[in-house]
Design a binder for this molecule. Structure first.
Ligand SMILES: [Zn+2]
Length: 274
């Protein structure tokens, strides 16, 4: 069943791409006993996190946030197109895809196994800083992780190249405004969507392990290309979200993936939307 929440005049629906198996070993700067305790224990460190996508309509257009992993990562992922169809939404009906960052679990699902667009009519909204970094040429000094993701991102973006809108902070399309929150990736973006206080943020991977990083926002993960910068972005953005009482749609926040932050101790707690 599709879950939805209301933010002002927007009805935001959550669509799962599936479950990503990861590891508590990827937590940086917290001892193992504490991180195990926060997630309620693991079997040999295995941690299972959701890959959430969101969709809403505005002015007769259908806008989706991120595109899932496709068939490229784990068999438990790549469920997004099927879940859209099950809800009566043909992927060809999607007009815009807002991208938080161009990592495999958010962008590899843009294309099918043959490299054809799964969303043939969608325009991509992405921060220029993120797009330019991943579309740049690699050289001998480029870390392997970056080189591989760049190579894959050429495949992801190829059928969309004529309809990519490179945006910067302050730009707006249908109420969607990017706010640079770098660190996890160089142009990682928190999108503010809606009007005034009747807005929500799609915060991408600002928080990767929600059971740990919302209550302990100083804690980074090895997925962050620059963990210190990611930490600063997280602290700054969580503060803003809590101050403004904005609703949150989190790419890897445990079910239902959306809700509100409140301050608790030196961190925050997450109240799921009803
Ligand atoms: Zn992610």
């Amino acid at each position: 069943m599709t879950q939805s929440f209301q933010v002002g005049d927007l009805e935001v629906k959550g669509f799962s791409d599936g479950i990503l198996k990861t590891s508590i070993d990827f937590v940086v700067g917290m001892d193992r006993a504490q991180s195990e305790g926060l997630v309620g224990g693991t079997d040999n460190g295995a941690l299972f996190i959701p890959v959430n996508n969101f969709l809403f309509e505005k002015d007769g257009k259908i806008i989706m946030i991120d595109a899932g992993a496709g068939n490229t990562m784990q068999p438990t992922l790549g469920k997004l197109p099927g879940n859209l169809r099950a809800a009566g939404i043909d992927p060809s009906a999607i007009d815009y895809i807002v991208i938080t960052h161009i990592h495999p679990d958010h962008a590899n699902g843009l294309v099918d196994d043959a490299g054809a667009a799964i969303y043939p009519n969608a325009e991509i909204l992405v921060h220029a800083q993120e797009f330019d970094f991943w579309m740049a040429e690699s050289d001998g000094a480029t870390p392997v992780k970056v080189r591989n993701t760049r190579a894959r991102n050429r495949i992801n973006m190829k059928p969309y190249m004529e309809r990519v809108r490179r945006m910067r902070d302050g730009d707006e399309v249908l109420g969607c405004t990017p706010m640079l929150a770098p660190g996890h990736s160089p142009g990682h973006t928190v999108w503010r969507i809606g009007t005034g206080r009747k807005a929500f943020v799609a915060w991408g991977d600002l928080v990767h392990f929600s059971a740990i990083q919302i209550s302990h926002p100083q804690t980074a993960v090895t997925y962050d290309l620059d963990p210190d910068m990611a930490r600063q972005s997280r602290l700054r953005m969580l503060d803003m979200v809590a101050n403004e009482k904005l609703a949150v749609a989190g790419a890897h926040v445990n079910e239902p993936g959306f809700g509100y932050l409140s301050r608790k101790g030196s961190g925050y707690s997450f109240e799921p939307a009803a």
